[in-house]
Design a protein around this ligand. Structure first.
Ligand SMILES: C[C@H]1O[C@@H](n2cnc3c(O)ncnc32)[C@H](O)[C@@H]1O
Ligand SMILES: [Zn+2]
Length: 432
């Protein structure tokens, strides 16, 4: 007998061979999708009637700092350098491991409720984020942020911790946790340091998560220091490849894009964070045209200020249309691909699509809502009309984490209360 049978659904498979199925079924067994079709005789332990719902792959958030839910709304309306140096880094210097656990758990809760089934994270006290992922049931690619900032001793200590974390958690939580190395950015880590990280990562068979060309300031700083931009700098030390996940890539030139394409680098587009910090507009449609794998990220709640990938999809679709004066740019289906298949390619290609054999990471979106009525085109609704709060059921690795709006894995009220309390204590401790 199967574990879960979802029936009467509009199945948006994101599989180009299968397309969409009206009145379809999805069968799940041992954490994997075993069957997708019109009808089935299959029986199952749990049967979900998905009438009036869309079943689709869970959304993939390819760049965030989960625990920064702690700083949601704390420092708004500033530019990146000032925001980090004057507000975020001083506050982060005062947080405890327990704070990070609570902030990460809140992020996991928010992601489960808004249809995100996996995410890539870079932060510190990462054991705490890993514990939160383990408990919540989500899938994640986690890295300890390595920020050298001209201080060799700090860089070495960060790298030591990053290495320990990579080795301690790789494959944990029934294989839901992948670990990565997380050098912060080419303007906060030196060339030698980045080369060392690259070496360590390849020795451990781990992938790398980095901020890349987020701001014009980084472009100028790196050019002044090395006589070349960040992409060339990384390429010259053999850093780039399909094992690299690069967040932002706002200030990439045509020749940078060519390098990123040639090396098969995965890009995470963080449109709302880039807009809020006024970092600029990434040339996303050009990168997509070149065949670069561009997925979506929210960045942290300190610069977004939420983790709702439905908002991210709509904003990306709209911004690139107006920026190019071309409404045909980033149509709904392509944006859905960025939020699912392309994100999965960057983190775990065994997810991101509803297809027999893939890992069972999927969501049910409730279409019985005023703002989703009438419905001419499901893909259009998911990108232009739906919200994270329309997600009614979230399944990861074949396990139901939210069932018809009820989160099973976590105590919602308790998670919110505890984080609120932790932030109040943090504020009284450090006077932020
Ligand atoms: C891991 C560190 O990175 C910091 N951070 C959060 N958001 C951004 C961003 O958009 N660019 C660069 N660095 C960022 C985070 O607060 C940690 O200190
Ligand atoms: Zn970031």
């Amino acid at each position: 007998m199967a574990d879960i049978l979802i029936k009467n659904a509009y199945v948006l498979t994101m599989d180009p061979d299968l397309g969409d199925l009206k009145n379809g079924t999805v069968v799940i067994e041992n954490g994997r999708i075993t069957e997708i079709g019109k009808e089935t005789n299959e029986n199952a332990e749990t049967i979900i009637d998905a009438k009036h719902s869309v079943v689709m792959p869970g959304l993939v958030n390819t760049h965030t700092h989960a625990a920064t839910t702690l700083f949601r709304g704390y420092a708004d309306d500033m530019q990146l350098a000032e925001w980090l140096e004057r507000c975020i880094w001083p506050a982060e210097a005062k947080v405890t491991a327990e704070d990070i656990y609570k902030g990460s758990l809140l992020a996991c809760l928010e992601m489960i409720k808004s249809g995100t089934t996996s995410f890539a994270d870079m932060y510190f006290f990462m054991d705490e984020t890993a514990k939160a992922v383990e408990l919540s049931g989500l899938r994640a690619s986690l890295s300890h942020g390595l920020t050298e900032l001209g201080n060799k001793e700090k860089g070495d200590n960060d790298l030591k911790e990053g290495r320990r974390f990579v080795r301690a958690w790789q494959g944990a939580a029934e294989g839901r946790i992948e670990t990565m190395y997380g050098p912060h950015a080419p303007n906060t880590c030196s060339e030698e340091y980045l080369a060392k990280v690259r070496e360590e990562a390849s020795r451990d068979g781990a992938r790398i998560h980095i901020h890349l060309l987020e701001t014009e300031a980084e472009l100028t700083e790196v050019k002044e220091k090395y006589g070349k931009c960040s992409v060339r700098l990384l390429d010259d030390i053999g850093f780039l490849g399909p094992h690299v996940l690069a967040a932002h890539c706002v200030w990439v030139s045509d020749s940078d894009m060519e390098i990123l394409r040639k090396r098969g680098v995965n890009i995470s587009h963080n449109v709302i964070s880039n807009m809020k910090l006024a970092s600029g507009i990434a040339p996303v449609h050009k990168m997509l045209e070149k065949g670069i794998n561009v997925s979506l990220g929210t960045d942290g709640c300190a610069s977004n200020n939420n983790l709702d990938l439905f908002e991210e999809m709509k904003t990306a679709a709209l911004l690139h249309k107006v920026n190019t004066f071309d409404p045909t740019v980033l149509p709904a289906r392509q944006v859905l691909e960025m939020g699912t298949v392309k994100g999965a390619k960057a983190l775990d290609p065994e997810t991101g699509m509803l297809k027999a054999g893939k890992k069972a990471d999927l969501i049910l979106v409730d279409m019985r809502k005023p703002h989703l009525t009438p419905c001419f085109d499901v893909a259009s609704h998911l990108v232009y009309s739906a919200k994270g709060s329309d997600v009614r059921t979230t399944i990861v690795n074949g396990k139901i984490l939210m069932d018809d709006y009820k989160v099973l894995a976590l105590d919602e009220q308790k998670v919110m209360e505890e984080t609120q309390k932790a932030v109040e204590e943090l504020v009284s401790r450090v006077n932020i």
